[in-house]
Design a binder for this molecule. Structure first.
Ligand SMILES: Cc1cc2nc3c(=O)[nH]c(=O)nc-3n(C[C@H](O)[C@H](O)[C@H](O)COP(=O)(O)OP(=O)(O)OC[C@H]3O[C@@H](n4cnc5c(N)ncnc54)[C@H](O)[C@@H]3O)c2cc1C
Length: 455
């Protein structure tokens, strides 16, 4: 079969593009190298739904982050992706940073975001009483919110499959044979043919780009390490606490998570190894040092987990999205540190480029967006829902006690449209093994359920 479009990469960006194209009469395949969607950068970020207040004005990134904030906010409501509208407070710790606040507010306004306000140190400490000493003032960003990145990726991919997209996991594209009418993509699991190809391969986008005959950029993985604190720390972080950004990036922040924890990070380290998602002693020591200044009280709380993600930096201060009509190929690269927010807007932008070549009229018979299981602490979960438990007692049988995940939720995840390929995928779909014991108590039982259901 020759697909109309093959999208390479089952992260948030590729899944959003496949979902959008799946809503038309085109036949679409979504190829993912790994055995699950959302296994790349999209699973390990700081999970903030950005407003784009601090983007570089006039860039494609600035436009798509603002649009993505709107699109994903609405999509989250429709699908049940947990979002908490906590807002953010950007804190100035030096006279120089304090002097920079008016320009940051003006920049936000140039980005179309007009809700920022400059506040004095009294207001800073009123909003975040546990901040370390020395804050001189701040800038409020009420629209910054926290979101579940795992559910976002899964909702977009599930929606794509429900709309008829063929999801091909375990299909790493290793070679491209371009013909006059279509391209053949070689993968270890067989060849896939498509008239058009969209490259949303994240950290692997430059490799695919070269397979299409280009040589225009190299991906540098920029690692971000993070510390996750136990749920008892959550009252310390009523909102996202941001530093004043520098040319090196957005800097180290303290943020609540939708799972009820607090996170501290990320670092920004340019590497060469695209698989280096481990944390390091130096990275965590750096975060502890930053954390001790930002919020000393947080450093006395217990750490539940550490993790790291890799931003796909391309040495170009904007997204790089380009349509090559001759090769019937679209490049989507450099979606570095804002792609969770911007993914749906990137898809819309890619759609607007492809519309000159393909009929992208929406099908009249589109299925409703999927309703995703709630992983958010701020919204009712099955173990709290007496009616759900009465109707189905499996929602009353807790398997993971730290995160209060029930057998019913694990069963549902295993029977879902895109079932997990392993225990880590099951964790991202249910929160099982994601709590303070990190699976010490429940992993054997969760594995038993997983193997029972998948045998
Ligand atoms: C530390 C950190 C913090 C961040 N914080 C935020 C935040 O708070 N808010 C926000 O909006 N964004 C944030 N981001 C950015 C965001 O996570 C990314 O921009 C986004 O996840 C990129 O999605 P993607 O689909 O482009 O890439 P990925 O999720 O990496 O997906 C690309 C996929 O392509 C697949 N692939 C690669 N090569 C091939 C091949 N040859 N064949 C088939 N498949 C292939 C990979 O396996 C992968 O699954 C952060 C990133 C990091 C690292």
């Amino acid at each position: 079969m020759i697909h109309d479009v093959a999208v390479i990469g089952g992260g948030i960006v590729g899944s959003a593009i496949a979902r959008l194209l799946g809503g038309t009469a085109l036949s679409v395949a979504l190829l993912e190298a790994r055995d699950d969607v959302g296994e790349g950068t999209s699973k390990a970020n700081t999970a903030i739904l950005h407003t784009g207040f601090d983007a570089r004005p006039g860039t494609l990134e600035s436009k798509l982050v603002a649009r993505g904030h709107e699109l994903l906010g609405a999509y989250a409501e429709a699908t049940g992706i947990p979002v908490e509208r906590t807002g953010a407070l950007l804190v100035a710790w030096t006279r120089e940073q304090l002097d920079a606040l008016p320009e940051l507010r003006a920049k936000a306004e140039r980005n179309g975001y007009t809700a920022c306000e400059i506040v004095g140190s009294d207001e800073v400490y009123r909003r975040v009483p546990h901040l370390g000493p020395g804050a001189l003032g701040g800038l409020t960003v009420p629209g910054e919110s926290i979101i579940c990145t795992w559910t976002t990726n899964l909702a977009l991919a599930t929606d794509a499959v429900n709309r008829g997209v063929t999801l091909l996991r375990g299909h790493r594209v290793t070679e491209v044979r371009a013909g006059p009418d279509f391209s053949r993509l070689a993968t270890p699991a067989g060849e896939v043919a498509a008239r058009w190809v969209v490259n949303a391969a994240g950290l692997g986008a430059d490799v695919i780009d070269r397979l299409f005959g280009h040589d225009r950029f190299t991906v540098t993985p920029r690692r971000g390490q993070l510390l996750v604190f136990d749920k008892l720390a959550r009252p310390l972080a009523p909102c996202i606490v941001l530093p004043v950004p520098s040319p090196a990036g957005k800097g180290v922040l303290v943020s609540p998570t939708v799972y009820g924890n607090v996170m501290l990070g990320p670092t920004a380290e340019d590497l060469t190894d695209r698989t280096a998602t481990g944390t390091t002693e130096e990275g965590l020591a750096f975060l502890r040092e930053r954390g001790a200044a930002l919020m000393p009280r947080l450093m006395r709380e217990e750490v539940t987990a550490t993790y790291a993600g890799l931003r796909a930096s391309i040495g170009h201060d904007d997204y790089l999205i380009d349509l090559d009509a001759g090769r019937r190929y679209v490049l989507v690269a450099g979606i570095r540190s804002t792609g969770l927010t911007a993914g749906m807007a990137v898809a819309e932008h890619v759609g607007s480029l492809l519309a000159a070549h393909l009929d992208l009229a929406p099908r009249p018979d589109l299925p409703a967006p999927p309703r995703m299981p709630n992983l958010g602490e701020a919204f009712p979960r099955p173990y709290q829902d007496a009616a759900a438990i009465a109707a189905d007692p499996e929602y009353g049988r807790v398997v993971c006690f730290c995160e209060r995940v029930t057998r019913g939720e694990i069963r549902d995840a295993l029977a879902s449209v895109i079932p997990p390929a392993g225990l880590d995928g099951l964790r991202r779909r249910t929160r099982a093994m994601n709590g303070r014991c990190q699976g010490f108590s429940c992993a054997a039982r969760v594995r038993e359920l997983f193997e029972g259901e998948t045998a």
